[in-house]
Design a protein around this ligand. Structure first.
Ligand code: PMP
Length: 350
């Protein structure tokens, strides 16, 4: 049709399946297998629905202050959004506006290239080495911005803060976004370094370690000026993105630190158990510090295992993509779910 020449055409991001059927063991989108803090449930039960006639606080101050207190930063250094996807999209739009290509790893969160395409940002991917490690020198060349997850996804590999510090220090003309979606499961956050590096922006989410993927909450922490620019773009796009219940529930989750730590402890313990079992069954993988493992079997192709699991109502993630087509990403579920996975694999691989 003739109007199509004026259309912004993009190939959208493909998220993991959300099966509607009951009884599925869902280990494909890195959700938390446990519910959020009971304090979050209380908010929902006690919420005055009459308040919904009003617009929410566009600054989400309550949540911003709770996060600022929790991470020992100023409220002016915090930005919140509808999941970290929203925060990252806004950050791409705000900070990656130069002529030079932005840089990110070849094996990484598959939304980065989609945002780059939709916002027409030039980009270059930097190949991880054969152990899925970042090659620092790739990021020490001319660029228009950098985005890297730590731990990386879908590999689960955690890099040392010192590697990132070097990249950030060597790139004073670029904003460096460190996507810490999985940092709570065993990494060290770079948030304490935001006063030292004015080009560092750390992004985190409530979707994994805070068990609230359904509430859609993400946030960024960085230098005040950087956050200010981010807000200018956000308020030029859609002011009221964070809804009232999400602001309240997110705040309750941050305040219940004991529950947060307990749940992470459980997931880490299950992860370490799962590592041992999968090794025993002939899988190999880089050591993961996230709530998932990225595994490859010595004999059986990943796709075959993926399909066999799916046929048995166990969903994991597989990509038909260069370099990673023989890998499966398996989210850490409850002990019971992981026992069922291991039992199935044990039988299947015989
Ligand atoms: N970053 C990474 C590395 C992720 O894996 C995800 C989860 N898909 C996100 C960001 C976005 O998560 P959310 O929008 O749920 O916060």
């Amino acid at each position: 049709m003739s109007w199509e020449k004026n259309v912004r055409r993009v190939e959208p991001y493909v998220a993991g399946e959300q099966p509607k059927r009951e009884g599925v063991i869902k280990l494909n989108t890195n959700e938390c297998p446990y519910p959020p803090s009971p304090e979050v449930g209380k908010i929902q039960e006690e919420m005055d629905y009459g308040k919904l006639r009003l617009y929410p606080d566009m600054h989400a101050e309550k949540l911003v202050h709770a996060l600022a207190d929790y991470y020992h930063v100023k409220p002016e250094q915090v930005f919140v959004g509808v999941g970290s996807d929203d925060v990252l999209a806004m950050a791409f739009m705000t900070f990656f506006y130069g002529d030079k290509p932005i840089l990110f790893p070849d094996i990484t969160y598959s939304f980065y290239n989609v945002w780059a395409e939709v916002f027409r940002i030039p980009y270059k991917v930097c190949a991880l080495d054969s152990d899925f490690r970042i090659r620092k020198e790739d990021y020490l060349r001319s660029n228009g911005g950098i985005v890297i997850p730590n731990p990386n996804a879908p590999t689960g590999v955690l890099e040392d803060v010192s590697l990132f510090e070097e990249i950030i220090a060597e790139n004073p003309d670029s904003v460096v976004i460190v996507d810490e979606a999985y940092v709570d499961f065993g990494g060290t956050s770079m948030i304490p370094l935001i006063n030292q590096y004015d080009n560092l922006m750390v992004v985190q989410t409530f979707s994994k370690s805070r068990a609230m993927a359904g509430a859609r909450i993400g946030f960024a922490i960085g230098n005040e000026k950087l956050i200010h620019y981010l807000k200018d773009v956000k308020f030029s796009f859609n002011s009221y993105t964070m809804n009232m219940p999400a602001i309240e529930m997110g705040t309750a989750a941050v305040l219940d630190d004991a529950y947060f730590k307990e749940m992470i402890g459980k997931i880490v313990k299950t992860r370490e158990w799962t590592k041992e079992q999968l090794k025993r069954l002939g899988f190999s993988f880089a050591d993961s510090k996230a709530n998932f493992l990225f595994v490859s079997h010595e004999k059986v192709p990943a796709k075959d295992i993926f399909l066999a699991l799916k046929a048995n109502n166990i969903y994991v993630r597989h990509w038909d993509k260069e370099r990673i087509s023989n890998y499966l990403r398996i989210t850490i579920g409850t002990d019971e779910q992981m026992e069922k996975l291991v039992a199935f694999l044990e039988n299947y691989l015989k």
